[in-house]
Write a protein that binds this ligand. Structure first.
Ligand SMILES: Cc1ncc(COP(=O)(O)O)c(C=O)c1O
Length: 350
C-alpha cells in the first residue's frame, strides 16, 4: 500500500499544524531559504551551474562514487538508474515492499520495457539470499535477462543489515547483475548505525539519495555512480524532461541540508522512539516496536477507531497517518508531548 497516499488530504497546510504524515512535508528553514536566495547559478543544461556542480561532486564524494547527477525527485532518480542499468527486455529484481516496486507506477516497465521481479520481503524489509538466487534467471531464451538487483535502505524506516545487503550485492555481481540502492533515507541508516555513508554504499553500483525528506530541502535527489553511468544518466534526464536551468537555487538547499542537517536525523529517531513507547501503552492501539528503528512509527488501531481518531487529531491541529507516522525536523519534542497527550485523551474517551 502506498504509505504516502493512505491519508486524508491536508486541505490547509499551515506551519502550526503538526504533520506526521511524512518527512517530505518539512519546510525549508529560514537559513536554508537565505542560502537558496543568494546561490550562484548558471544554466545547468550547459553544465554551468556552479552550485549544482558542487552538490553533485559533494554527494558523489560523500557516497564514495566518481560522479553524481541532480534530479527533481527520488522517483526520477530511481527510474533513471534502472533504465541506465537495464535495456528493454531485461529484468530488475526488487523487494515487493520497496518503493521502486510499489510506488513508482512501474515506470521502469512502462517507459523502459523492463520487467520487475518482486521478492517477498518480511515486515522489516528483508528478503533472503536464496530467494534472490532463485529469482536470477539462467541463460535461457525463454526468460528475460536478469540485469539489476535494486535494494533499499531504510525500508519503511527499518535499517537493513549491512552484511546481508553486501552478501546480496556480491551474489548479484557474481551472476552478472548490477546493484542499485534506493537510499532515499540512507542518511537515517548512517546516523542510526553511527556508520559512514561509504560503508553502506561500497558494494552498490549506483545510489539514489533524497534531499527533500528528513534532510529538509524542498526538492531534489542525487544519483551517484561511475562517470560512464552518470553520463548515460544525463541523456536520460534530458529525455525525461528533468534537465533544469538555474537549478542551483535548489542545489544550494541540498548542499546546506547535507552539511548541516544530518545530526537532526538522530533527534528524529529519538522523537519516534518516545512517541512509540508512549502510544504502545494505550489500550486499543498497538505499535509495532520492532519497526521503530529510525523516524517512523507504525500504529494499528481498531478499524472503527481509525477515522474518528484522525478527525479528533485534525480538529486539534495534528495530522496523523492511519498507520505510518513519521517524525521530522518540523516536529519539536514539545509537539511530540502534545501528540501523546491527544492520543491519551482520545483513548480515555473511547
Ligand atoms: C524509499 C523511497 N524511495 C523513493 C521515493 C521517491 O521520492 P520522491 O517522492 O522524491 O519521488 C520515496 C518517497 O517517499 C521513498 O520513500
Amino acid at each position: 500500500m502506498n504509505q504516502d497516499t493512505d491519508l486524508p488530504p491536508a486541505s490547509t497546510p499551515h506551519s502550526s499544524l503538526i504533520d506526521l504524515r511524512s518527512d517530505t512535508v518539512t519546510q525549508p528553514s529560514a537559513t536554508m531559504r537565505d542560502v537558496m536566495f543568494s546561490a550562484k547559478v548558471g544554466d545547468d543544461v550547459y553544465g554551468e551551474d556552479p552550485t549544482l556542480n558542487e552538490l553533485e561532486q559533494y554527494t558523489a564524494q560523500l557516497l564514495g562514487k566518481a560522479a553524481g547527477i541532480f534530479l527533481p525527485s527520488g522517483t526520477q532518480s530511481n527510474l533513471i538508474a534502472m533504465l541506465c542499468h537495464c535495456a528493454r527486455g531485461e529484468e530488475i529484481i526488487a523487494g515487493d515492499q520497496y518503493h521502486t516496486f510499489l510506488d513508482e507506477a512501474r515506470g521502469a516497465s512502462v517507459l523502459g520495457g523492463t520487467t520487475l521481479h518482486p521478492l517477498s520481503t518480511d515486515k522489516l524489509g528483508r528478503f533472503e539470499l536464496d530467494a534472490l538466487l532463485d529469482a536470477i534467471k539462467p541463460d535461457d531464451f525463454h526468460f528475460p535477462v536478469s540485469r539489476l538487483l535494486s535494494l533499499e535502505n531504510t525500508v519503511s524506516g527499518c535499517v537493513q543489515d549491512q552484511t546481508h545487503l553486501d552478501t546480496l550485492a556480491d551474489a548479484a555481481h557474481t551472476h552478472g547483475l548490477s546493484v542499485h540502492l534506493d537510499g532515499a533515507r540512507l542518511m537515517n541508516a548512517v546516523i542510526k548505525q553511527q556508520s559512514t555513508p561509504q560503508a553502506l554504499t561500497a558494494n552498490m553500483d549506483s545510489v539514489s539519495l533524497c534531499l527533500s525528506k528528513g534532510l529538509g530541502a524542498p526538492v531534489g535527489s542525487v544519483l551517484v555512480g561511475s562517470t560512464d553511468f552518470i553520463n548515460r544518466a544525463r541523456r536520460l534526464r534530458k529525455m525525461l524532461g528533468g534537465g533544469m536551468r538555474q537549478a542551483g537555487m535548489l542545489a544550494a538547499a541540498g548542499l546546506y541540508a547535507l552539511k548541516n542537517n544530518l545530526q537532526s536525523l538522530a533527534e528524529d529517531h529519538e522523537k519516534a522512539s518516545q512517541l512509540a513507547t508512549a502510544l504502545n501503552q494505550l489500550n486499543g492501539l498497538q505499535v509495532d516496536m520492532e519497526r521503530v528503528q529510525t523516524n517512523m512509527v507504525f500504529i494499528k488501531t481498531q478499524a472503527a477507531d481509525a477515522a474518528p481518531l484522525q478527525d479528533f487529531m485534525r480538529q486539534r491541529g495534528v495530522i496523523i497517518g492511519a498507520q505510518r507516522n513519521v517524525l521530522h525536523r518540523d516536529i519539536s519534542l514539545d509537539d511530540v508531548g502534545k501528540v501523546i497527550e491527544l492520543f491519551q485523551q482520545f483513548y480515555r474517551r473511547h
